[in-house]
Write a protein that binds this ligand. Structure first.
Ligand SMILES: CC(C)(COP(=O)(O)OP(=O)(O)OC[C@H]1O[C@@H](n2cnc3c(N)ncnc32)[C@H](O)[C@@H]1OP(=O)(O)O)[C@@H](O)C(=O)NCCC(=O)NCCSC(=O)CCCCC(=O)O
Length: 337
């Protein structure tokens, strides 16, 4: 499996010029001490979704775990698996620092995905890989990923992390749904929809910062903020893997951010057209990170969304950007949540 080839416990994400990769607080905190984590289930993202089968040199096969109701493959899965395939032929002293993808066809959940890697360039400081995700002989995703060696610099800056409640003070999506389901006057259609959501086996834990905005579109808050982490244990060390998990996580409920300013419309057809990520510092995708999502623009049946993944210590871990097709229809009845 590719994971074993990915250079084991090396740190392979870009650092913002530090000589030593910054320790995230969780590495020092006792939030999930290694001893306790060994009792946690190893994340299915690692054991299955991002554990590609090597078929030949630069050719891998990925399987599916969770498929959205749209029955097209989840974009984050294809991006995460493509990054695993790209990283497999990159040496341990290089770190994933960016990726750019186009989703050119819907993924078919009935068949696996093949990942064909082209070793585009091995430069002195930067290495680039191109990946085609293929089903039925046709590309569903084209992706370029770039890797950089550690090159410290005095030039460093970042935005400031938003001030929000800590994850320990918030409820998970599942806890919120159970709270909504306990309402006796909940509309039958809403109850059915929420039970379907509960049945999802999404391998990600989410704690919305503003639950009503998370479920009931309101034009008050034009940003979506939620704490997010991979379900289960991944552990320290292999930053390539954490970048692949972050790629998976970054596409979840991302495009929907473009609907926030339009509470009177809902998506009739939505799909990610592209996805770009930049990895800035080390992080643990199996520890809580704050995902700050906003939409600077929408029009012409498309919406642009941008996201920042923050470590709890305020360090910016990664930035994401995506445009999607958004065909909408008016909301006929207000949310009954
Ligand atoms: C479909 C893609 C994006 C474009 O392919 P193209 O061949 O150009 O198709 P369209 O012409 O767009 O037709 C698609 C579909 O839409 C119908 N259609 C077309 N024009 C209109 C219109 N003006 N009004 C209404 N409907 C229209 C058309 O008839 C077709 O319907 P169908 O015949 O029933 O299919 C193509 O490039 C593509 O599929 N790319 C892959 C996209 C993808 O799979 N992305 C990753 C998965 S999506 C994801 O993971 C995020 C989900 C977002 C949820 C969230 O974050 O909240």
């Amino acid at each position: 499996m590719v994971e074993r080839e990915m250079g084991g416990s090396t740190d392979n994400c870009n650092h913002s010029g530090d000589t030593e990769p910054p320790k995230s607080p969780e590495d020092e905190s006792s939030e999930r001490p290694e001893a306790q984590c060994t009792q946690d289930l190893k994340s299915v993202l690692i054991t299955s979704v991002l554990n590609l089968e090597k078929l030949d040199v630069d050719l891998y096969r990925g399987t599916h775990h969770w498929v959205p109701r749209s029955q097209r493959l989840f974009g984050g899965q294809i991006v995460g698996q493509a990054l695993v395939a790209a990283a497999a032929s990159v040496s341990d002293n290089l770190y994933a620092h960016s990726l750019h993808c186009y989703f050119v066809r819907a993924g078919d959940p009935k068949v696996p995905v093949l990942y064909q890697v082209d070793r585009t360039r091995d430069g002195r400081s930067f290495t680039v890989r191109s990946v085609r995700a293929i089903q039925h002989g046709q590309p569903i995703l084209i992706c370029q990923a770039s890797f950089h060696m550690l090159q410290p610099s005095p030039l460093q800056h970042q935005f400031t992390m938003p001030v929000v409640p800590q994850p320990e003070d918030l409820l998970t999506v599942e806890e919120l749904i159970h709270r909504y389901l306990s309402k006796p006057d909940l509309a039958k259609k809403s109850r059915q929809g929420l039970n379907k959501l509960l049945a999802n086996e999404v391998p990600i834990e989410i704690k919305p910062v503003h639950p009503p905005h998370f479920y009931r579109l309101s034009a008050v808050e034009l940003r979506k903020l939620f704490w997010v982490r991979a379900r289960g244990y991944i552990g320290e060390g292999n930053m390539k893997l954490h970048c692949c998990v972050a790629a998976y996580v970054s596409d979840y409920a991302f495009l929907g951010t473009a609907l926030l300013p339009h509470p009177n419309y809902r998506a009739q057809f939505s799909a990610s057209l592209d996805h770009a990520m930049w990895f800035h510092n080390t992080f643990r995708s199996d520890e809580w990170m704050l995902y700050e999502c906003e939409s600077p623009w929408a029009g012409g049946s498309r919406g642009l969304v941008q996201g920042r993944l923050w470590r709890r210590d305020g360090v910016l871990a990664a930035s994401c950007s995506q445009e999607g097709v958004l065909r909408v229809k008016p909301v006929t009845e207000p949310s009954k949540l």
